[in-house]
Design a binder for this molecule. Structure first.
Ligand code: 13P
Length: 283
């Protein structure tokens, strides 16, 4: 099954009412669990490297590994740069062979976000790579109780049409109440805002900060038009906990056994989200 750009898969997800998850990988073990889960449930999946991993010394080697592994996988897999922070970084991802990139200009003035996103779209489309941008700003879960600053970051429905038209972006991350990392408090989704945004543009919409939402919230967001959901924290927190439990349960701690615990954990958690989002069986 091919190594793919996720753009056509996201359009299909949007029209059929399911969502494709993006999972952030940091190494071969996390990648392997993600690939195995997509194969097991026959689902399309996005494996991503986020900015800090992308700036690490082995980023290019890891990207090549994920790409080669995807080419042999029995499920469609995209390799994406998550939260690309600059024009230069996104162009480097094109050179490394990524199939999709996100440019996160969400903290820039609107005009600058539009101009940089547009330049990245032009370069990426010239080599068949899809582009996600962010309008509004998805903050950190640790600051979740600062509701005033959180709401100030919410996506303005009056800006989305212009942003999509002027940038040519393929899919768009929006801020409607989610946040990255563990939530200090209960996450609340502004589904009316989602409906207002959905009514204005036709591109697939993306929800960041998936860890910590309830199953009902995921279902409501997907029913409201979200076609891609990013998940990271839960995969790493749950897997670390399982590795500690496995290490404590035996006198003879084995690297190989712990590595298998980690791979199995990534496979199980990713499979859970692929099923919950309705992506299972779509690959
Ligand atoms: P979580 O780590 O909160 O799941 O967010 C992931 C994310 O949005 C990555 O872009």
């Amino acid at each position: 099954m091919p190594f793919i750009s996720i753009v056509p898969e996201l359009k299909r997800a949007q029209s059929e009412g399911y969502a494709i998850p993006l999972f952030d990988a940091v190494d071969m073990v996390s990648t392997e669990g993600m690939v195995l889960s997509a194969e097991a449930v026959r689902a399309p999946v996005i494996i991503a490297l986020y900015d800090a991993v992308f700036e690490g010394p082995n980023a290019r080697a890891l990207a090549s590994y994920i790409r080669t592994r995807a080419e042999k996988a029995a499920a469609p897999i995209s390799l994406m740069l998550d939260h690309g922070k600059s024009f230069e970084q996104c162009i480097r991802a094109l050179a490394y062979g990524f199939s999709d990139v996100m440019f996160d200009g969400s903290q820039l003035p609107l005009e600058e976000n539009i101009a940089t996103t547009r330049a990245i779209v032009k370069a990426a489309h010239a080599v068949g790579v899809g582009v996600e941008a962010e309008l509004g700003h998805v903050g950190q879960g640790s600051q979740y109780q600062d509701t005033d600053s959180l709401r100030r970051g919410f996506t303005d429905p009056d800006e989305v049409e212009r942003f999509v038209a002027e940038t040519g972006v393929d899919f768009l991350a929006i801020a409607i109440g989610t946040a990255h990392g563990p939530y200090a408090g209960e996450p609340q989704l502004d589904l009316e805002r989602l409906a207002a945004i959905r009514a204005r543009v036709n591109v697939p919409l993306v929800l960041h900060g998936g860890s910590g939402l309830s199953e009902a919230q995921f279902r409501a967001a997907i029913a409201g038009g979200i076609a891609k959901v990013n998940v990271a924290t839960d995969l790493f927190v749950t897997t670390a906990r399982r590795m500690v439990e496995a290490a404590r349960a035996t006198e003879a701690v084995s690297y190989f056994a712990l590595s298998k615990v980690a791979t199995d954990s990534f496979e199980e958690r990713c499979g859970y989200y692929l099923n919950l989002f309705g992506a299972a069986g779509k690959g």
